[in-house]
Design a protein around this ligand. Structure first.
Ligand SMILES: Nc1ncnc2c1ncn2[C@@H]1O[C@H](COP(=O)(O)OP(=O)(O)OP(=O)(O)O)[C@@H](O)[C@H]1O
Ligand SMILES: [Mg+2]
Length: 326
């Protein structure tokens, strides 16, 4: 079958949020490798080509493969620069053309994962129209939340109104409807969740639930705040490349890595991408077995974490995590 998920064209996953540094490129890379590991063919597009983090991540992976001879799956990648033309219509036309050319080149893939810049641009808007699934990583702070929904205080209660990014997403959804494209599935995932400040975590969770009904997005649990994400980039590795025979021998799995991998699996579950039901069949026996082990260890880690937190407070847990990552 040409497309393993049974579609007639690649399913497009766009990772977007106009707030910089929310974890878009990190998430895009982890989703890409997750899909590759499940046996899908994946094309990738970097619409933030000037900064180029996603492209650099993939280049680092290729360099790592060349240096070590390890067999790691890689996507078919394209990077697209914003047009430098002065006249807006001409610039937009040029960008549209570049995107169409990249699309045509990647058309034989099951999925296309697109990373977007942390700011508004015509190229980013074009990318968002293409999103069958839009994933928005959100740092767990009121400041970052403001990009989705303006948070205002009305007496004791918070009041929310759609703000710039969600309005932009709304417009792209309308355009998809006019182009008779399937409705966009929008998922907001909370990134860099901290064990400290449980009150803030709860408040943001409640606000997001309110906002999700108004803006029609689903919410997903994201990644905890973990040092490992910063260490993986130079080698072009993801959490999924650690701890197996094809992975990196110098970076062994710690409890924190195991828990992070669980978070990634949960994210994939919630995204519910086409072909997701094939996941178990798509994985090798070795990977499935090691994941069963991983689940067990993660459960032990979670239980240990809970009792540590109960006994000695969240700060101890943070220290234990940092030590386990070091
Ligand atoms: N869960 C996490 N825990 C710890 N660090 C993280 C986590 N997620 C991302 N980071 C780090 O945060 C920084 C920003 O991440 P990333 O580059 O993925 O964000 P971005 O949204 O793509 O940024 P930009 O808007 O500038 O493109 C990077 O240093 C990355 O390693
Ligand atoms: Mg980025």
């Amino acid at each position: 079958m040409k497309y393993r998920h049974g579609g007639r064209r690649p399913h497009v996953v766009v990772v977007g949020n106009e707030k910089g540094g929310s974890g878009k490129s990190t998430t895009a890379m982890h989703l890409t490798v997750s899909l590759l590991k499940r046996g899908f063919r994946v094309g990738t597009i970097d619409l933030d080509a000037r900064q180029g983090s996603f492209s650099r991540y993939i280049e680092n992976r290729l360099s790592y493969i060349e240096a070590t001879g390890r067999e790691l799956a890689c996507p078919e990648h394209r990077r697209i620069y914003s047009s430098t033309r002065d006249i807006q219509e001409v610039a937009e036309q040029e960008e549209k053309q570049s995107l169409q050319t990249a699309w045509a080149a990647l058309d034989n893939n099951d999925f296309i994962v697109i990373d977007t810049p942390g700011s508004d641009s015509s190229l980013s808007r074009l990318g968002h129209i293409m999103a069958d699934t839009l994933v928005t990583p959100l740092n767990d702070s009121f400041l970052d939340m403001d990009m989705l929904g303006r948070v205002e205080l009305d007496g004791e209660d918070y009041y929310l109104s759609p703000s710039v990014y969600s309005q932009m997403v709304w417009e792209q959804r309308q355009k998809r409807a006019m182009d008779r494209l399937p409705p966009m599935d929008w998922i907001v995932m909370r990134n860099r969740l901290s064990h400290i400040n449980a009150r803030n975590k709860k408040d943001i969770g409640q606000l997001l639930e309110q906002l999700s009904k108004r803006l029609r997005f689903r919410t997903a649990p994201g990644f905890g705040e973990r040092v490992v994400f910063r260490e993986l980039f130079p080698k072009g590795l993801t959490l999924l490349d650690l701890g197996d025979s094809k992975g990196d021998a110098t970076m062994s799995m710690s409890l924190s890595h195991v828990a992070a991998r669980q978070e990634l699996r949960q994210l994939l579950e919630v995204l519910n991408l086409p072909g997701h039901v094939d996941e178990k069949n798509g994985e090798s026996g070795e990977a499935a077995a090691s994941d069963a082990g991983v689940t067990q260890i993660a459960q032990v880690a979670a239980t240990a974490g809970e009792s540590m937190r109960a006994a000695s407070g969240a700060a101890v847990m943070e220290e234990a995590e940092a030590a386990s990552e070091a």
